[in-house]
Design a protein around this ligand. Structure first.
Ligand SMILES: Nc1nc2c(c(=O)[nH]1)N(C=O)[C@@H](CNc1ccc(C(=O)N[C@@H](CCC(=O)O)C(=O)O)cc1)CN2
Ligand SMILES: Nc1ncnc2c1ncn2[C@@H]1O[C@H](COP(=O)(O)OP(=O)(O)OP(=O)(O)O)[C@@H](O)[C@H]1O
Length: 187
């Protein structure tokens, strides 16, 4: 990655974190989770990945809890830098331990391959591009899963995380949907 692109990504992340923090404080996350559930319901029975929120990320757990009645729900587990994520089964209230980078993971690992992924992000645009924390974890993971079978990526974020001047890269994997507390957008 060129220096210019790295600097532009760092600036876009910093600005989006500030907007995310303000949106988190407004407390509309549950509205977003209700929209997310509406989008997920037709995928009942499939293996779905969610995430356990860190810092001021929007919280998908209400939708994950409801979908756990009909589907296997998983959360991401980092295996190492430069490697795709693995996904371990999560059930409401299951025992958790601290994973790398501050995200929690299930204490007992049971790995499954999700077909539908709720993808955390720092910033997104209206054409389905996303910017993450910079590890390339979701980009590598979606590339791998999509090489095996049709895989749906649902970005879940606060509306304030939209940025229509995102710095992009060849390796970025597109989203199929973005869900916020304001809307569901399909690409
Ligand atoms: N909830 C959640 N879980 C997740 C992810 C995520 O984005 N959200 N991940 C998606 O890949 C993986 C964790 N990836 C991460 C990669 C890098 C950093 C990181 O660099 N954190 C820095 C500073 C960034 C900041 O200010 O937020 C730090 O913790 O100091 C954090 C998480 C797996 N689990
Ligand atoms: N499929 C891939 N194969 C090889 N390198 C990749 C792949 N995807 C991303 N990368 C590299 O990983 C680094 C981080 O990527 P990027 O900045 O796009 O991550 P991100 O989208 O912010 O993070 P994440 O996907 O973890 O949420 C970049 O140097 C990028 O070129």
């Amino acid at each position: 990655m060129g220096t210019d692109l790295a600097v532009r990504k760092a600036e876009a992340r910093k600005a989006a974190f500030a907007r995310r923090k303000a949106a988190h404080a407004e407390g509309q996350g549950a509205v977003g989770a209700a929209r997310l559930l509406e989008l997920l319901e037709p995928y009942g029975g499939k293996t779905i990945s969610g995430f356990l929120p860190i810092r001021t990320e929007i919280d998908p757990r209400p939708a994950m809890t409801k979908m756990a009645e009909s589907s296997f729900i998983t959360v991401p587990v980092i295996e190492g830098a430069g490697l795709p994520l693995k996904f371990s089964q999560w059930t409401p209230g299951c025992a958790l331990i601290d994973g790398p980078f501050g995200a929690q993971i299930p204490a007992e690992a049971r790995y499954l391959e999700p077909e539908v992924l709720i993808v955390p992000l720092v910033a997104f645009d209206r054409t389905g591009n996303r910017l993450g924390y910079g590890g390339g974890f979701y980009d590598r993971t979606l590339e791998r899963l999509r090489a095996i079978r049709k895989t749906i990526a649902i970005g879940f974020a606060f509306s304030a995380q939209e940025d229509n001047d995102l710095p992009l890269e060849e390796t970025d994997q597109p989203l199929d949907f973005i869900v916020t507390e304001k809307e569901i957008v399909r690409f």
